[in-house]
Design a protein around this ligand. Structure first.
Ligand code: SAM
Length: 446
């Protein structure tokens, strides 16, 4: 193994391959710094201009390294903590992220030890943490000797923030919580919804068909390069996320409002099923994205950029899909930044918003009209408890329309005794997992 230089280099330009190793780590470090400062990972990825200059292999490596750091941070910090006497690093706190990246390369991604050690020390130096280079070198070398044994004493549970661990233990039990944490560590497969003829599209894309609807395949690159994307034949959508829109049944020629619609996966499903859709979202950039997505798919909807709580439809509608903003704790595989970003107090403000959106939207329905309420959250406060509060406040004018096993398809194992759906990702381990979701269908009687 080569000697990692702990001192600043002044001569000898790095060789080109060393340069590309460093470039990808540098980009990953910038992404992690942006997430640390409060950005969402996908926003940070979009804002990172240098990533598009990398070749495909390096681009995939950056994504894998960044997402693995965010997923496994708790486990890695548990391994490293006893090896660092000067932590936290005060104003140099982001130096932690460089060590995190180094340890992930060594212990999880199993990149070569030489590249992991050298690039970690060099990145410390380049990022202005010259005085921490010696410590980084010592920690990385110690990890090459003891890291694997120490890592074995950790579990995926260590990656959950305390509030989430407590909440899941309380609601789903310790065994399910371990499994939920474990499945959240896996990169998700690519799930696709086709505009038409999913069987044929599954064969074109060499995927398997789930629930006669979702095409699933392994893929860690840029989906827009796959066959049929540019021609608008499909869109990316998790298998569980594809269920709520289908719970509205036959929507052909019906007036449907998709409330909280962007980026538009569910809007596209409703249009493909023949509905006349009004798609509402409060975010300007989000509505622009929805417009672009529908444009690519060759689909049309009436788009409204407005806060759903202020919207008043011209006429009562047949059906509403409310895919409410939520904590998204069911999507940790895709969005591991949520582990560090989400705070327990967010749940209460999200609940207020969900309540206001749902109770406002129920007033837009024709008598007998249906509203499907869904969240990609594993928190009952945003699912079961919200629905029970809505029913209580509805004074018998709003009831649950129980979802039948037939309608739930492969998700029938997630039906609750009230006829709602509580989809827990680990219960679908046999098909490679799904996002966590809650869905309920309500009817406005008058
Ligand atoms: C879970 S995402 C929706 C995903 C979308 N249904 C899909 O399938 O692609 C929630 C959306 O709610 C929007 N939103 C948040 N607060 C809102 C409000 N008060 N009124 C309307 N939309 C809102 C957000 O901009 C975000 O796009």
């Amino acid at each position: 193994m080569g000697k990692a230089n702990a001192k600043p280099k002044t001569a000898n330009q790095p060789k080109p391959d060393t340069q590309s190793i460093l470039k990808s780590r540098q980009i990953c470090y910038e992404l992690l710094c942006a997430v640390e400062a409060g950005s969402q990972l996908d926003h940070a990825l979009k804002a990172q201009e240098d990533i598009s200059k990398l070749d495909d292999r390096d681009r995939r490596f950056v994504r894998l390294l960044a997402t693995t750091c965010l997923r496994r941070r708790g486990q890695i910090e548990k391994v490293i903590a006893p090896m660092i006497s000067r932590r936290p690093f005060g104003a140099q706190a982001n130096a932690n992220l460089i060590l995190l990246m180094g340890a992930v390369q060594l212990l999880i991604l199993k990149t070569g030890a030489h590249a992991a050690v050298d690039s970690t020390v060099e990145l410390m130096r380049q990022s202005g943490f010259d005085r921490l280079c010696g410590m980084a070198n010592a920690v990385m070398r110690r990890l090459t000797r003891e890291g694997d044994t120490r890592f074995e004493t950790t579990t995926p549970i260590d990656n959950l923030p305390d509030w989430l661990l407590q909440s899941w233990n309380e609601h789903w039990g310790q065994d399910a919580t371990s499994k939920l944490a474990e499945i959240a560590m896996n990169p998700p497969p690519l799930d696709i919804s086709a505009k038409a003829n999913p069987e044929a599209m599954a064969s074109t894309l060499e995927g398997t068909l789930i629930d006669n609807y979702t095409i699933r395949r392994a893929f860690d690159g840029d989906p827009s390069r796959l066959a049929g994307f540019a021609d608008g034949e499909w869109w990316v959508q998790d298998a569980a996320a594809a269920l709520p829109a289908r719970l509205l049944g036959d929507v052909k020629s019906k007036d449907v409002i998709d409330l909280c619609a962007a980026p538009g996966g569910k809007t596209a499903q409703l249009i493909a099923a023949g509905a006349t859709v009004t798609a509402i979202d409060s975010g300007r950039k989000r509505i622009d994205r929805l417009r672009r997505n529908l444009g690519r798919l060759g689909m049309k909807a009436s788009l409204k950029q407005v806060d759903g709580r202020q919207f008043v439809p011209d006429m009562p509608v047949d059906a509403i899909l409310l895919d409410a903003p939520c904590s998204a704790t069911g999507t940790l595989r895709r969005r591991p930044d949520i582990l560090g970003r989400r705070q327990p107090e967010d749940i209460e403000s999200l609940q207020n918003l969900q309540w206001e959106l749902a109770t406002t939207a129920l007033g837009w329905l024709k008598a007998g009209g249906q509203l499907v309420y869904a969240t990609c959250s594993l928190q009952p406060e945003e699912g079961e408890e919200m629905i029970s509060a809505i029913i209580d406040a509805g004074e018998d004018k709003v009831v649950i329309d129980p979802i039948t096993p037939d309608q739930a398809g492969i998700f029938a194992r997630s039906l609750t005794k009230e006829g709602t759906l509580r989809i827990l990702p680990h219960q679908y381990d046999d098909i490679g997992g799904v996002d966590g979701f809650f869905a309920a269908r309500l009817i406005a009687l008058v």
